[in-house]
Design a protein around this ligand. Structure first.
Ligand code: GRF
Length: 230
C-alpha cells in the first residue's frame, strides 16, 4: 500500500505496466454425478488471479449430469465409463491416460464414487485431493449425514484432504464446520454441508496450486506462506 492508499498494481496499471501473469496449475476434475463441487471449482477459476484452471472434467459414468454442466462452461468433459472396460485396472489406466493427455498437474476428486488403486494414489501423491462430506476422521465412507444424525453430533461439516491409499484417510487441508439443527434431516443437513463444500474446495485447491500446502514426507499436510508470482 502506498501512502495515498493505492496498491502497487493500481499504480502500475495507471502508468501502463502490466503486472506479470500468474502461472496457473492445470487441473483435472473427476466426477460421477451432478458435479456441483466441480462447478464451484470452475467458477472460482474464472477469476483472473485464481492460481489454477480446470482443463478437463472426466466421469466414470456416461450419464453424469456434471459432464453437460462442465461443457456449458466451455470445458472439455469426457466420460470414461467403467462399463467399457473389462476390469478396474484397465478402466483406471484409461482414466490415467485421459488425465495425462489433458496436461493436468493436479487432480481433484469431486464426488468421484469409485475407489482408486494404491498405485494411482502413489502416482499422484501430493497432487490429488478430495472433498468429503464430514469432519474427518469422523464418518469416512458413505451416508455421512444420516450417520452424523444417528450419532447425535451437534457439529458436522466437510473436509478437503490429500488422497492416499486408504479411503478418506489422507492429510487434511481444510475443513468447515456446520451446526446440526434439532430438526435436521439428512437432506437438510446435506444442503448446508454442500454450501460449505462449495466454499472450501476452491480455497483448498488455491492453497495447493500456490504452494501454500503440500504433503510432507511423514504423510502430514505442511503449510507455508504463498510463493511470489503464484
Ligand atoms: C459431495 O457431497 C462430496 O463431498 C462427496 O460427493 C458429493 C458430490 O456432490 N464426495 P457433487 O457431485 O459435487 O454435487
Amino acid at each position: 500500500m502506498s501512502p495515498s492508499g493505492d496498491t502497487t498494481e493500481d499504480t502500475d496499471s495507471r502508468i501502463g505496466i502490466k503486472p506479470p501473469a500468474i502461472s496457473r496449475q492445470k487441473v483435472a476434475v473427476l466426477i460421477s454425478g451432478r458435479g456441483s463441487n466441480m462447478g464451484a471449482l470452475v467458477s472460482a477459476a474464472l477469476a483472473e488471479d485464481y492460481p489454477a484452471r480446470i482443463v478437463t472434467v472426466l466421469s466414470d459414468r456416461a450419464g453424469a449430469a456434471g459432464l453437460e454442466h462442465a461443457r456449458g462452461f466451455g470445458i472439455a468433459a469426457t466420460a470414461v465409463p467403467r462399463s467399457e472396460h473389462a476390469d478396474a485396472s484397465s478402466h483406471e489406466a484409461a482414466l490415467q491416460e485421459a488425465i495425462e493427455a489433458s496436461g493436468a498437474e493436479i487432480v481433484c476428486l469431486a464426488g468421484y464414487m469409485r475407489l482408486l488403486s494404491g498405485a494411482f494414489a502413489r502416482h499422484w501423491q501430493g497432487r490429488i485431493i478430495n472433498i468429503h462430506p464430514s469432519l474427518l476422521p469422523a464418518f469416512p465412507g458413505l451416508d455421512t449425514h444420516h450417520r452424523a444424525l444417528v450419532a447425535g453430533v451437534r457439529i458436522h461439516g466437510c473436509t478437503v484432504h490429500f488422497v492416499t491409499e486408504g479411503m478418506d484417510e489422507g492429510p487434511i487441508i481444510s475443513q468447515a464446520a456446520v451446526e446440526v439443527l434439532t430438526d435436521d434431516t439428512p437432506a437438510t443437513l446435506a444442503l448446508r454441508v454442500l454450501e460449505a463444500e462449495h466454499r472450501i474446495y476452491p480455497l483448498a485447491l488455491a492453497m495447493l496450486a500456490r504452494g501454500e500446502v503440500r504433503m510432507g514426507g511423514d504423510g502430514s499436510s505442511v503449510f507455508s506462506p504463498a510463493k511470489p508470482g503464484r
